[in-house]
Structure formats: structure tokens, C-alpha cells
Design a protein. Structure first.
Length: 82
């Protein structure tokens, strides 16, 4: 199993900080999240920052990133500031 952690506005409710998944790839885990939380979550996810075990993966193909038991995916909403 892997853990998918949800941060800030990507949490469906304040108490739900994470879920576990048997996904084999990052793409499968993200698709599972959209099935769990709905299309509005999927829209927000398009702009989210995705980390796997603390590593930013924006430049990599999510379909090809294989996951191992114990891996953690962290999902952050877009950040702004100045």
C-alpha cells in the first residue's frame, strides 16, 4: 500500500488528511483520488504540485512512475505569495 497525503484546499474535509491505495503508478493513484473526491477535485488536481517521497515529479511522466509499498504521494494546491 502507498499513502496519498492531501494538503490545504485539496482536503475534501479538514479531518481527511490522507488515504491509502494499492495503485501501481502515480497516474493510477491520482485517478483513484478523482474517483473518491469527484470532478471538482480533479480540476483542482490539474494545478497541484505532486511529490513522490518528497521529490517533485512535474518533469516526469506520471504513467511511468512505478510505486513501491510504503511510498508516499503528497498533493499540494497551487501556492501564491510575494
Amino acid at each position: 500500500m502507498i499513502t496519498v497525503k492531501l494538503y490545504a484546499s485539496l482536503r475534501p474535509n479538514p479531518e481527511e488528511k490522507e488515504f491509502t491505495s494499492a495503485a501501481a503508478t502515480v497516474e493510477e493513484a491520482l485517478e483513484e483520488a478523482v474517483r473518491r473526491y469527484g470532478p471538482a477535485f480533479g480540476e483542482r488536481l490539474k494545478h497541484a504540485t505532486v511529490l513522490v517521497n518528497g521529490r517533485h515529479i512535474a518533469h516526469l511522466n506520471r504513467k511511468k512512475i512505478r510505486l513501491q509499498p510504503g511510498d508516499t504521494i503528497s498533493l499540494f494546491p497551487p501556492l501564491a505569495g510575494g
